[in-house]
Design a protein around this ligand. Structure first.
Ligand code: SAM
Length: 454
């Protein structure tokens, strides 16, 4: 079989005990496209995915027989599911194994855009946890905002900081996920264009950057806290060698994760400290190339006391909030300019701290614009799991839903409601707002999110 993958990569991979060169190359040559999605457990659309084949290491996750045009599916835009590469969903299994599922966790997803791991963490960690989802590259933070907005939970803070900024929060988190930028060999089957860009020099560059990212941020993890480190690279320099380096430099222990042999995942060990790692090869698992390791901080980490703060008073009354939201008892709100945000009351002190220390792109759910006496509902309110269930709403056909998502003019006769704000619903799921006027419908779907092609 001809080898169209980088020789240096194959030569090095051949030194791995479990590597099967023939089947690895065959799989890349065949170029099968594997499509998988993870369903949002808070959006009650599970029934629509019945009968699909399940991703074995993650709940609510399925393989699709073929890749649909997701852009045309209203449920995609409503945050009912996230299109995510199956191997990376192993994070769900790790969270479960560590006993953190639905726990009281303060989690940092350090390299978060576009938001695959963050939406997974948000679902698995549940409502009693706080997720700080960070992306250093400003232009990539927008997509993270969109994806977490659609996901609908309010216990998330999105930040746009360099990893070094997290050094200001010593011992604050009990879980850190570092899904590091890497040389990307694990994506060669999906994106053959990346093959030509691979070089040993780039692997070295990535490895140095991975160390820098970790060195600058790892003090934010508390003693006993877990670090989940992952890449989509096959190179030891970016995987097991990083595990060795963390163990040696920062006082971490390796954590072994139980796996089912039928899944085809390879357990490896780093060469010095014998730290465990989990390798995903596309000829052995139904997914792309991936590496992940779990480490626990043993070292004493200096920490700090969370300062108690008083919530700021705002002119937005509880009555206004109750007009739009269910269960306002567990929610606090704040004003950012004229934008009203909701956030879990249990994390109000954390919010102040994060506000002081980081550059926040979004905190909680932006429910809309405050006009002095009334609220203009925002798109994220329509996506929110807290939006009041009995607000005026109109179920629409697929064609009308797509028209709405293109931000086109809608037909007044498709709407039964009398005048006022109205949720557009497809298959029982909210897509966004319209304002119903006596003779017309004003379409409030966000301009920047509208479907532009087709
Ligand atoms: N975790 C994401 C997900 O599951 O959707 C994918 C993350 S991707 C593998 C790596 C991310 O690291 C990218 O969003 C990239 O912008 C970011 N990144 C690039 N350089 C970085 C740096 N020096 N420090 C921190 N993050 C960086």
């Amino acid at each position: 079989m001809s080898n169209f993958l980088p020789n240096e990569l194959i030569k090095r991979l051949s030194e791995e005990a479990h590597f099967n060169q023939v089947s690895f190359l065959e799989t890349h040559e065949a170029g099968e496209k594997v499509t998988s999605i993870r369903v949002n457990p808070m959006k009650d659309t599970h029934r629509m995915f019945d009968g699909l084949s399940a991703v074995p290491w993650c709940d609510d996750a399925y393989y699709l027989a073929e890749r649909p045009v997701f852009t045309l599916d209203p449920l995609y835009h409503a945050g009912c599911y996230y299109v995510q590469e199956a191997s990376s969903m192993f994070l769900g299994h790790i969270v479960e194994q560590l006993g953190l599922r639905n726990g009281d966790v303060k989690a940092l997803d350090l390299c978060a855009a576009p938001g695959g791991k963050s939406t997974l963490l948000n679902s698995y960690l549940g409502a009693r946890s706080l997720l700080v989802s960070n992306e250093v590259i400003k232009s990539r933070a927008g997509i993270l905002l969109d994806n977490l907005g659609r996901w609908g939970m309010d216990n998330v803070v999105i930040t746009n900081n360099d990893p070094s900024a997290f050094g200001r929060l010593p011992g604050y988190f009990n879980l850190m996920v570092v899904d590091a930028p890497c040389s990307g060999s694990g994506m060669f089957r999906k994106d053959p264009g990346a093959i030509d860009e691979w070089s040993l020099a780039n692997v070295k560059l990535c490895s140095d950057r991975q160390k820098r990212i970790l060195a600058e941020s790892v003090s934010a993890l508390a003693t006993g806290g877990y670090l989940i480190y992952s890449t989509c690279s096959y190179s030891r320099e970016e995987n097991e060698n990083i595990v060795d380096w963390i163990i040696a430099e920062y006082g971490f222990d390796s954590v072994q994760i139980g796996i089912n042999a039928a899944w085809g995942i390879e357990e490896t060990q780093s060469s010095v400290a014998h730290g465990f790692g989990y390798r995903f090869y596309p000829d052995k698992v139904k997914g792309e190339g991936f590496f992940v390791a779990v480490l626990r901080k043993r070292a004493e980490q200096a920490s700090f006391e969370l300062r108690r703060t008083k919530p700021e008073k705002t002119p937005v009354s509880k009555a206004v909030l109750e007009q739009w939201l269910d269960n306002t008892d567990t929610i606090q709100h704040f004003l950012h300019g004229d934008q009203v945000h909701i956030f879990p009351t249990m994390f109000s002190h954390d919010f102040k701290l994060l506000q002081d220390m980081l550059y926040i792109r979004n905190a909680g759910t932006n429910i809309g614009k405050w006009l002095g006496k009334e609220l203009i509902p925002g798109h994220d309110l329509a996506m929110s799991i807290h939006v009041k269930a009995d607000l005026p709403a109109q179920e629409v056909s697929l064609a009308t839903a797509q028209q709405y998502l293109r931000k086109e003019q809608l037909d007044r006769s498709d709407f039964d409601a009398s005048t006022g704000w109205c949720l557009v619903r497809y298959s029982g799921v909210n897509l966004g707002w319209v304002k119903v006027l006596p003779n017309r419908i004003n379409n409030y779907y966000p301009k920047e999110s509208r479907i532009v092609h087709l």
